[in-house]
Design a protein around this ligand. Structure first.
Ligand SMILES: Cc1cc2nc3c(=O)[nH]c(=O)nc-3n(C[C@H](O)[C@H](O)[C@H](O)COP(=O)(O)O)c2cc1C
Length: 199
């Protein structure tokens, strides 16, 4: 099967997200102009550089997280894990301004050190980020889209002590969840090593 803009009827749902998978979930914390906390998951999320550590998430529409990350100049990332999947899911419910998904999902707020935005205290790892750029995306014709990519620099990292083993973050022990296509998720349950070839 091959296709461009016109997807064949044999694929009633766009498999794009099932192909670009597993996508890490950025569980994004922000503050509204009044200082109320906001929390939502974003699977158009990734690390985009290290030293300085940088992350991005992308909003389909000008949703609260992207808007507040731009207005307040900061956001937090919390690692979404299997143990927190229901809280993560509840926090994705569209809410009007004035409702905190931290409260809705009943997640305790971890207190930030450098910025003002809290993170999910129960998450094995969390990052405080300063917003560097919010870019409105365009398509290949140059037409502006209702899509907003937020780039942030990590200024503080939080790791729960029980997830540090032999000087490393215990990723498998944390059981991070990732988004696939359709309604599918995946859990990191195993790892293996591969050394890089020498030049
Ligand atoms: C696992 C998961 C991943 C999601 N990823 C995205 C995403 O990458 N971009 C997006 O715009 N919405 C995404 N959503 C939907 C948002 O979480 C949802 O629209 C939420 O209400 C946005 O909240 P906000 O307005 O407080 O930012 C995702 C939802 C779930 C459950």
């Amino acid at each position: 099967m091959h296709y461009g803009d016109d997807r064949p009827e044999a694929l009633p749902h766009n498999p794009f997200k099932a192909i670009i998978t597993p996508r890490p979930i950025g569980w994004i914390g922000t503050l509204d102009p009044g200082g109320l906390t906001n929390l939502a998951p974003y699977s158009f999320f990734n690390a985009i550089g290290s030293d300085p550590d940088m992350v991005m998430f992308s909003s389909e529409g000008a949703k609260h997280s992207a808007t507040y990350a731009r207005e307040q100049g900061e956001f937090t990332f919390s690692l979404a894990t299997e143990a927190l999947k229901d809280e993560m899911n509840i926090s994705s419910t569209p809410q009007p301004s004035g409702v905190s998904e931290f409260e809705l999902a009943q997640v305790e707020q971890g207190q930030p050190v450098v910025i003002r935005t809290p993170f999910v205290a129960a998450s094995p790892a969390a990052l405080e980020c300063v917003t560097l750029e919010v870019r409105q995306l365009s398509d290949r014709h140059g037409t502006l889209l209702d899509r907003f990519m937020v780039i942030g620099e990590v200024v503080q990292t939080h790791i729960r002590d029980e997830f540090i083993k032999d000087g490393r973050f215990d990723t498998v022990g944390a059981r991070p969840i990732a988004r696939m296509g359709y309604r599918d998720y995946s859990t990191v349950t195993a790892s293996w090593e591969l050394g890089r070839p020498k030049a």
